[in-house]
Design a protein. Structure first.
Length: 401
């Protein structure tokens, strides 16, 4: 049985701090507004939707107590609707889609809403703690370092200069600016307050004034951490061929901290016929791959190649790629590993420009990819993200009809 994506919807992304436009909107409300938008857009018979699977990394405070079921209940889809919240770190939103596809392909479910949500202004990154990063008995023997150190290790090991990563970041910003001007984000919705007034109607972090020169003035974010806390030494101990960690990443060439939510409607052919919808895309393949937890962020290449093998495809068979811009060096390395030119990757900008709402990003990238493949009348796309702790995830989609 095949699994299809019938539609995808994402919110705008608000800056994930106390000055961000969405700080007054709860994560439950962010997710609920996507569910309501999906229902209203298609006059959806919600009794046919069986489950909501949402990725969410910080499952504490406003995001605790199974936010997927909370949003399902708040959406007025009906008491029948179940919900489950998962956490594969930055890959959670795509993992939700992949799990939904697996349920559909197995015949265990017919129609599922899958996606993710993260309010980083209300639930700070790391607020959930965890042994991997907090327990010395785990972190020390595992040579585990913060992700920023891992990104700088990648740049140091593979020879990516400060100018390389700043040029990449500049391109991300300019592509996002052009996409906004051209109204390319068709799957995006504005967020409203309790009175129905628009709070935010475009991605808040995009900076049209960015230049390579302005990026060059920013101080590296992880140099002091690497030196004072000894993380540089840990990385070099694991990779002795790297004599010095060159700290090239900063706030301008790393993913922005933002709030947002996204969902996709995933189902069987019969489910689509029952609700009167035609599928937009078929999910061709889905793969994960583990990597060394010190360098951590190199899982994109092997996961993508694994998905391609699963689908019987080559990199040249993919029309467009969405590679999450956790850090600039991560994407540069991934493009090299996959063997793809930047002209086919993140053509409308990425998380460096628009932000990375952890649990939601994988689904957001999927919707962005669907929009652009349709706009260009192209067929195949690959979505992929690096993941904390040393993992990668990738999914291949193909237009139908």
């Amino acid at each position: 049985m095949e699994a299809y994506i019938y539609d995808a919807i994402r919110t705008v992304r608000g800056k994930g701090n106390k000055k961000g436009a969405l700080i007054g909107i709860t994560p439950t409300e962010l997710a609920t507004q996507t569910l309501i938008a999906l229902k209203e857009k298609h006059n959806l018979d919600t009794t046919q939707v069986e489950d909501v699977i949402l990725g969410c990394v910080g499952q504490v405070k406003d995001q605790a107590a199974n936010i997927a079921k909370t949003a399902a209940q708040h959406s007025n889809y009906g008491d029948h609707l179940c919900g489950v919240t998962l956490n594969r770190f930055c890959g959670s939103g795509l993992e939700a889609i992949n799990q939904a596809a697996a349920y559909v392909k197995s015949g265990f479910r017919e129609l599922i809403v899958a996606g993710g949500v993260e309010s980083m202004s209300r639930v700070k990154m790391g607020a959930d703690g965890g042994g991997m990063f907090m327990d010395p008995s785990i972190a020390i023997p595992g040579n585990i370092v913060p992700q920023g150190i891992s990104a700088d290790l990648i740049a140091s090991k593979y020879g990516y200069s400060r100018n390389d990563v700043d040029q990449f970041a500049y391109t991300s910003q300019m592509r996002a600016v052009a996409a906004e001007k051209d109204n390319r984000f068709k799957s995006r919705i504005a967020i409203k307050d309790i009175d129905g007034f628009k709070v935010l109607d475009k991605d808040e972090n995009v900076r049209s004034s960015t230049t390579v020169e302005s990026l060059g003035t920013l101080k590296p974010s992880f140099a002091m951490m690497g030196a004072m806390a000894g993380f540089d030494a840990v990385a070099i101990d694991r990779y002795p061929e790297v004599e010095t960690i060159e700290h090239v990443h900063h706030a301008g060439n790393s993913s922005a901290i933002v709030d947002g939510a996204a969902i996709a409607l995933v189902g069987s052919k019969a489910a689509g016929e029952a609700i009167g919808l035609k599928p937009k895309f078929k999910i061709r393949a889905a793969a994960i791959h583990g990597t060394d937890p010190t360098i951590m962020l190199t899982g994109i290449g092997p996961a993508s190649l694994k998905a391609l093998t699963q689908a019987g495809m080559k990199p040249s068979d993919i029309d467009l790629f969405e590679i999450n811009e956790a850090f600039a060096a991560v994407v540069i390395k991934a493009m090299s590993d996959i063997g793809v030119d930047h002209s086919k990757v993140n053509v409308n900008g990425g998380a460096i420009a628009m932000g990375h709402p952890l649990g939601a990003t994988g689904c957001m990238l999927t919707g962005t990819l669907m929009d652009e493949l349709e706009r260009r009348n192209l067929s195949t796309g690959l979505v992929t993200l690096c993941i904390g702790g040393g993992m990668g995830i990738a999914t291949i989609i193909e237009r139908v009809g």
